[in-house]
Design a protein around this ligand. Structure first.
Ligand SMILES: Cc1cc2nc3c(=O)[nH]c(=O)nc-3n(C[C@H](O)[C@H](O)[C@H](O)COP(=O)(O)OP(=O)(O)OC[C@H]3O[C@@H](n4cnc5c(N)ncnc54)[C@H](O)[C@@H]3O)c2cc1C
Length: 109
């Protein structure tokens, strides 16, 4: 919140951080006054996943179950975007395991 306070008081029209966007601010404004004016918006995402999901069916997935893109042989997806769906919990260890699995699949392709 301190960084946003500094940015807003320096004249920023909007400041992002700590899960919030403060908009409609300007010189002399603070996160609190932006919030009071209705310019406070929850803006938070830390666990993006599943945007290039793996699956057997090209109609519902980007990559096959080993991470190779259906339409582009030789192109592999090995990060959280290959998750078939959101894990619902912290994904880092699963991402590391998936990357290792995908690396083995690439090596033996
Ligand atoms: C604040 C915060 C706290 C978190 N805490 C936890 C936690 O405690 N435990 C946990 O399990 N998870 C946590 N996560 C989530 C975890 O960090 C992510 O889910 C994970 O890092 C995603 O891994 P990834 O490899 O899919 O993507 P990323 O780690 O985002 O890697 C993507 C990489 O691709 C690169 N890139 C992007 N575009 C291009 C391009 N066009 N060309 C080349 N490179 C490109 C980026 O620079 C980046 O290095 C947290 C996330 C945040 C933001």
């Amino acid at each position: 919140m301190l960084a946003q306070k500094i940015m807003l008081e320096a004249g920023a029209l909007a400041a992002y951080g700590a899960g919030w966007k403060f908009a409609g601010a300007g010189p002399g404004r603070s996160p609190e006054s932006a919030a009071a004016a209705g310019g406070m918006q929850r803006l938070w995402s830390a666990h993006q996943m599943g945007t290039c999901r793996m699956g057997r069916d090209p109609a519902t997935s980007v990559a096959n179950p080993w991470g190779e893109v259906h339409s582009t042989p030789g192109l592999w997806i090995g990060d959280a975007s290959a998750f078939p769906s959101a894990s619902g919990t912290n994904p880092m260890a699963t991402i590391m395991a998936l990357a290792r699995r995908t690396a083995h699949a690439v090596a033996s392709a």
